[in-house]
Design a binder for this molecule. Structure first.
Ligand SMILES: [Zn+2]
Length: 307
């Protein structure tokens, strides 16, 4: 790590990262995605679980953690789900004047990377992350990137990233069935790297423009049309990502859709449409992976709705 922020300036920097990374539904949907920033003394500010990226402000939407403690433990080897959530809880530091906040389930892997980390559920990156052909295309477009096979968010994903983590380097991670993560010594560099990777994917694959996601009661007309095309049963039986499992159950597809559901659905349909357009095949989570998400008790992936 080469550019440690002071604890005084870090909240404003984190808020800037959140606003930028959370600026559009093509990069992040609902409360997905995450930003973090390490500061002097082995501390790390990270978006709170359940907060939207664009709602992170200097005075809310984030938590302070002892990332040195978390990283120290994770570098000794994989942790189980319960151990990791206990570790993150015990490493959370109350901040005077800041509403109590639970750090994201993804705090583990952020603690292992360079000072500034931007993690988005980019629909462009997910064309690569959610298709059979995407890994080889990602390796061609980004020879230095790390391609991480699908792992459940939390301890499993953390362990998969840990073996590749280089805390002094800029890194780009493609997370299968999930999203994109970049690390950099400073916030502006991480945002620029995130932007350039997304632009290079759009250009490299000649991806179409991203659809608008208007505010709507129930499904947006675009989502209703794409759902009619793919079919409700297909969308319930074939799960591309944890976000789909979390947000797109039977009730949501039947029209009980809020803004988060519409954002997630538009991203899923964009990925499916792009994969079709490229002549590729979508890659869905296995039944075991979907079942595992249903067993998770921590973080926002603890399911409230069963299929
Ligand atoms: Zn994520």
């Amino acid at each position: 790590m080469t550019d440690i922020a002071s604890l005084y300036e870090a909240p404003a920097l984190l808020a800037r990262a959140g606003r930028s990374a959370g600026s559009g539904p093509d990069l992040t949907q609902g409360a997905g995605g995450n930003v973090s920033l390490k500061t002097a003394g082995g501390r790390m500010l990270i978006k709170a679980s359940g907060a939207r990226l664009r709602d992170v402000s200097p005075s809310s939407g984030w938590a302070l953690t002892d990332s040195g403690l978390i990283a120290g433990r994770l570098r000794r080897g994989p942790a189980g789900e319960d151990e990791l959530s206990d570790l993150i809880r015990s490493a959370t530091i109350p901040v005077e004047g800041l509403p109590a906040a639970k750090p994201s389930i993804e705090t583990g892997f952020h603690s292992l990377l360079n000072s500034a980390v931007v993690h988005v559920h980019s629909a462009y990156a997910n064309v690569l992350n959610m298709s059979e052909e995407g890994a080889s295309a990602a390796a061609r477009l980004f020879p230095g990137a790390v391609l991480v096979p699908y792992r459940s968010p939390g301890a499993q994903l953390c362990s998969a990233i840990a073996v590749h983590a280089r805390p002094s380097e800029e890194q780009v991670f493609f997370l299968a069935g999930h999203g994109l993560a970049v690390s950099h010594p400073d916030v502006d560099g991480a945002l620029a790297l995130n932007g350039s990777v997304n632009s290079a994917i759009r250009r490299g694959l000649s991806l179409p423009p991203y659809p608008e996601v208007p505010a709507a009661a129930g499904l947006t007309p675009h989502n209703a049309a794409r759902l009619a095309f793919y079919g409700r049963d297909f969308m319930l039986d074939n799960v591309l990502s944890p976000d789909q499992a979390l947000y797109c159950g039977p009730e949501a597809l039947s029209g009980a859709a809020g803004p988060d559901v519409n954002e997630v659905l538009t991203a899923l349909f964009y990925v499916l449409d792009c994969v079709r357009g490229l002549g590729w095949k979508p890659r869905f989570l296995s039944k075991d992976d979907v079942a595992y998400l249903g067993t998770m008790t921590g973080g926002r992936y603890a399911r409230k709705e069963k299929k």
